[in-house]
Design a protein around this ligand. Structure first.
Ligand code: PMP
Length: 390
């Protein structure tokens, strides 16, 4: 009955394979969670204090719909200082996390049947959201041998007259790939030639360990057609605050702001006030978090390569290691289930991120060196037939 009433996007929605995993995790204690996509750090104390002060100061009413001007100005300062992106506050829209930012762009630009190009694998929400707006998702496979970097050559072969929007995500979730400048420049030429719009999801911009972060909109000709996504969740360990933003052409921001007003009616006032403090006063936090995760990513990559049946290329950014598990003979989901049941370790199967990652699992580098070593000891034991005993 309900099935016939749902919109087309939901009629054929298959239960997520991850559901099986979530159900399994609920059964066990002693789990080490390397599945979660957030830093295991607390938000900066000054930001927490600023939130309390904002509530006491009466920031409990509707906020400006596109965000407080000083918060938007701090976004401009941050991106100007760190990534050479020259913006004015009119070119910034504050959103309810990066996730709403993606939805705004897809809703504003995609007509049913328009093609949305992503890498395969990619951040799973791109897949769901493109579907909800009636877009046709086109996945460009990226390969371990290339460090999972999207190349202009591969992109070209997936362009059709229906191609509308390219979603770039460097550094990448789930692979940790960072697209180097020369490849970005080649991609920009393809984008120009085929008149594509670009959503450049740069939410992991502060976690680049090798090479540089290139903000796509800084490349010649790209500013007008690129909408850049940034956030607080990863950079400041503020996932629970649901704060993010988009940056781009004023006219586009105006459209997206109307859409955001009609659907969310502004991002909570006190959260925005705290966001000003994060961007203005917490640069030390950003640097320390990046240094910590560089060490952890190095450590996890070594542990993966020392585990029989597992291997990886060292990621250049983000805080994930995308581990190849082909030699275990297990599918990604079977591997992830085995690790929950026999090692009490949670990892994310690559299949959550597309069709091209059944031999991979994503490991979030969360935990002290001792916790990470324990997780890999348990996984090694489970793979050699010695299940964890609670
Ligand atoms: N983009 C990517 C690539 C992500 O990994 C995430 C979070 N996992 C988001 C966007 C959304 O982040 P948030 O809504 O927490 O800002």
């Amino acid at each position: 009955m309900l099935k016939n009433k749902l919109s087309n996007a939901f009629l054929e929605l298959a239960p997520s394979p991850m559901l099986k995993m979530f159900q399994a995790t609920a059964k066990y204690k002693n789990l080490i969670n390397l599945g979660v996509g957030e830093p295991d750090l607390d938000s900066p104390p000054e930001v927490i204090e600023a939130l309390k002060e904002a509530v006491d100061a009466g920031f409990t009413h509707y906020p400006p719909m596109n965000g407080y001007p000083d918060l938007r100005a701090e976004v401009c300062n941050y991106w100007g200082d760190f990534h050479g992106l020259k913006l004015t506050p009119d070119e910034v829209l504050i959103t309810s996390g990066g996730i709403q930012a993606i939805y705004l762009v897809l809703t504003a630009f995609i007509n049913p049947g328009d093609e949305v190009i992503v890498t395969d694998p990619c951040f799973p929400s791109y897949i769901g959201q493109a579907r909800y707006v009636g877009g046709k998702l086109v996945g460009v496979p990226v390969y371990e041998k290339d460090g999972f970097v999207l190349t202009a050559e591969a992109l070209k072969t997936h362009i059709t007259p229906a191609s509308k929007l390219l979603i770039l995500n460097s550094p990448s979730n789930p692979t940790g790939a960072v697209i180097p400048r020369d490849e970005m420049e080649k991609i920009a030429k393809v984008v120009e030639k085929h008149d594509l719009m670009v959503l450049s999801d740069e939410i992991y911009e502060s976690y680049v360990f090798e090479g540089e972060h290139v903000s796509f909109a800084t490349l010649p000709g790209m500013a007008g057609r690129t909408i850049t996504l940034g956030g607080f969740s990863k950079t400041y360990a503020m996932t629970g605050w649901r704060l993010g933003y988009l940056m781009g052409n004023v006219d586009i921001m105006r459209v997206l702001s109307v859409l955001s007003t009609d659907t969310v009616m502004g991002v909570p006032a006190m959260i925005q006030r705290a966001g000003v403090v994060a961007l203005r006063d917490c640069r030390g936090f950003v640097k320390d978090a990046a240094a910590l995760y560089k060490e952890r990513v190095d450590a996890v990559a070594k542990l993966v390569n020392a585990t029989p049946g597992m291997s990886c290329v060292k990621p250049k950014g983000s805080f994930y290691v995308f581990a190849n598990i082909e030699k275990t003979g297990l599918s990604a989901l079977d591997f992830a289930m085995k690790m929950i049941e026999e090692a009490r370790v949670i990892v994310t199967p690559g299949t959550a991120c597309g069709k091209n990652a059944n031999n991979f699992v994503r490991i979030s580098c969360n935990g002290t060196p001792e916790v990470l070593a324990e997780a890999f000891k348990r996984m090694t034991d489970a793979l050699s037939g010695k299940p964890f005993v609670d």
